[in-house]
Design a binder for this molecule. Sequence first.
Ligand code: PRP
Ligand code: MN
Ligand code: MG
Length: 185
Amino acid sequence: EKDLGSDLAKVLIPEDRLQAKVRELAAQIDADYADKDLLLVGVLKGAAMVMADLARALHSPARMDWMAVSSYGSGTKSSGVVRILKDLDTDISGRHVLIVEDIIDSGLTLSWLASNLRSRGPASLEICALLRKPEAVRTEIECRYLGFDIPNEFVVGYGLDYDEKYRNLPFVGTLAPHVYGGTTG
Ligand code: PRP
Ligand code: MN
Ligand code: MG
């Protein structure tokens, strides 16, 4: 196991539980899209890990595309106004689209993204999110495939960052309060 150092408080979801859950979600997705062409849309950068593992766990061929979005303004994520940093390469009209995200925190990113993609006329649009923080959600998101509900703590790893660090951890852990100053982000 990787050295937690002093920056992480604890392992919240170990690697084997993450991988088992991703395989479970992939099996559901395989069944639901058995007779459809699936386009996975990963949201950079947080979804990189879950997208890579989920896509490989699928038995059916799926297309993959990526978007990068950023909350508008200087760092605050509360506005719900989102800016596209990198758009899809694909025209999604008439396609079966599954958005793949690492986490639903306030829900504002996915809420904006889902309505943006819906306006492009996909045949269907669903959401797969590995993690959700029910206590932090500010807008209801209809999430068809959900991995884990987690407490409202600062989590990193498996794609999730703090200040761009820790994304490469193979597990999800909670950050020690001394690292981020003690308020949940
Ligand atoms: C994080 C996370 C989700 C979003 C969730 O992305 O990966 O995309 O925030 O927050 P919300 O539900 O409150 O909108 P971030 O904007 O940090 O970019 P990143 O994926 O590059 O880390
Ligand atoms: Mn993200
Ligand atoms: Mg981030």
